[in-house]
Design a protein around this ligand. Structure first.
Ligand SMILES: Cc1cc2nc3c(=O)[nH]c(=O)nc-3n(C[C@H](O)[C@H](O)[C@H](O)COP(=O)(O)OP(=O)(O)OC[C@H]3O[C@@H](n4cnc5c(N)ncnc54)[C@H](O)[C@@H]3O)c2cc1C
Length: 419
């Protein structure tokens, strides 16, 4: 049977997924296989993981070693956030942030610059303080502190990451509320204030009525003492549990209405034990300098009638600037405009060039794991450290074992014209 990603829109070249049972087996497999990539949870919508050979780290022991003095944990790269978070929480620790779903692997998430929300929260690669990797010849290496910024958002192009050291924080609890129908004018006037008002804020719009924002999810640390007013920036407190996509089962979502819960059961929108999100969808996301979010949304208003029929929901988030070379939030306080599309690849492909043309003045960087159509030259021009990343890639993988068409097109080979 053909191997596909989670959404089923990418069929991988590999006919099978290899499952080594020990680190020795993994090293031997990497050494003898001419071209390969790790398949994490397969939740990327782009062919970033494609290769003639795919390897999963599922067969290796899921290790979590906490260093309480340093406040770090060394974790297996193949572990999923849901399992990791439960283990950390049981011992009194937390990660500063999580993505909207906990089903993804730590190795796959940080390799694509995955993020959650929160104006002061960095994307997930910012929590990485150490990397252990198997290089093309099968040798284990530890990436030193000087190279972490360059190596962590790797798209899988440097080697097989076997373990990551993550920075921890003490465990905390969170209360989540959902508001409905925020007038767009409120967001236009108070974007920074609204997004900085809670630990994590997500604004959802369907583009059916550009003047109205369908839902606002606010996640407060319980210890900040916030209580939810009935009306907030013109929006009304939801009387019942909501799903970001109308008509989807609300039982898929983490508890709302201010019910206090563990950090890992409130920061993601979706529960760990059910199929996440709509389960039958495509996604696109552009990360912009935060100050450009309002003009960028205004630029998209003219496309609302085209976007709305193809859309399940659109989520706006904020993310802190970081120093990870290939992170879409590199060097800029960021805002994300994310589209969850109906699963109609042709409709999405037809829309993306128009969306990207309108966003062009605002320096969009596409999420590496979500569908986009921006030409490689435009993507490359938006990453000031790209040439250094190519040098790193060629140093760790001179023969291109971990390259694929996606990486060759978007990063370049580092040889010849795009060196
Ligand atoms: C329903 C849904 C919700 C999502 N929500 C968010 C969100 O809130 N925020 C956000 O930013 N993104 C989100 N995404 C996108 C998702 O986080 C990324 O696509 C992420 O990369 C998926 O992780 P994965 O484990 O599935 O990795 P994969 O898609 O399997 O792999 C991604 C890349 O990482 C490489 N890789 C994986 N593991 C390793 C390893 N151990 N060593 C070397 N390379 C490796 C792969 O080869 C590939 O290049 C969402 C996706 C879905 C389907």
């Amino acid at each position: 049977m053909a191997i596909t990603n989670w959404a089923g829109n990418v069929t991988f070249t590999a006919a099978d997924v290899l499952r080594p049972q020990s680190s020795g087996e993994l090293r031997a497999l990497v050494a003898r296989t001419p071209r390969l990539h790790v398949l994490g949870a397969g939740h990327s919508f782009t062919p970033v993981a494609d290769s003639p050979a795919l390897v999963t780290l599922d067969g290796l022991p899921a290790e979590v070693e906490i260093d309480s003095a340093r406040l770090t944990a060394r974790v297996s790269a193949g572990i999923r956030y849901a399992e990791l978070a439960r283990g950390l929480d049981a011992r009194g620790y937390a990660l500063a942030n999580l993505a909207s779903l906990p089903h993804i692997t730590v190795g796959g998430a940080v390799a694509t610059g995955t993020h959650g929300s929160g104006s002061r929260n960095g994307a997930l690669p910012t929590s990485v303080a150490g990397i252990e990797m198997v290089t093309a010849d099968g040798d284990p290496v530890t990436i030193g502190p000087d190279e972490i910024s360059g190596a962590v958002v790797s798209l899988g192009a440097l080697g097989v990451v076997t373990a990551l050291v993550l920075t921890l924080v003490p465990a905390f609890t969170v209360r989540q509320w959902v508001y409905g129908n925020m007038p767009r004018a409120q967001l236009d006037a108070r974007f920074d204030e609204i997004f900085a008002s809670a630990y994590s804020v997500s604004v959802f719009t369907t583009w059916q009525d550009p003047g109205n924002l369908d839902q606002v999810w606010v996640k407060h640390r319980a210890d900040d003492g916030w209580t939810a007013p009935d009306s907030w920036h013109g929006a009304r407190l939801a009387a019942r549990q909501r799903h970001p996509v109308r008509r989807m089962p609300v039982g898929y979502t983490t508890p709302q209405a201010g019910v206090e819960g563990r950090w890992h059961e409130r920061l993601p929108h979706f529960r760990a034990d059910v199929t996440p999100s709509a389960g039958d969808e495509l996604q696109t996301e552009y990360l912009l300098p935060r100050g450009q979010a309002i003009p960028a949304l205004a630029a998209l208003d003219g496309l609302a009638a085209h976007i709305a029929p193809a859309l399940l929901t659109c989520e706006l988030r904020t993310i802190a600037a970081d120093d990870r070379w290939l992170s879409p939030c590199y060097g800029r306080e960021s805002a994300g405009i994310h589209f969850t599309w109906r699963k109609d690849p042709a409709a999405v492909a037809a829309l993306l060039p128009d969306i990207e043309e309108r966003l062009a003045p605002f320096s969009p960087r596409p999420h590496w794991g979500k569908i986009f159509a921006l030409p490689p030259a435009r993507v490359q021009a938006s990453y000031p450290r790209l040439a250094e990343f190519r040098r790193l890639m060629n140093a760790y993988d001179p023969d291109g074992k971990f390259r694929n068409s996606f990486i060759d097109d978007l990063i370049g080979t580092g040889r010849g014209a795009n060196a």
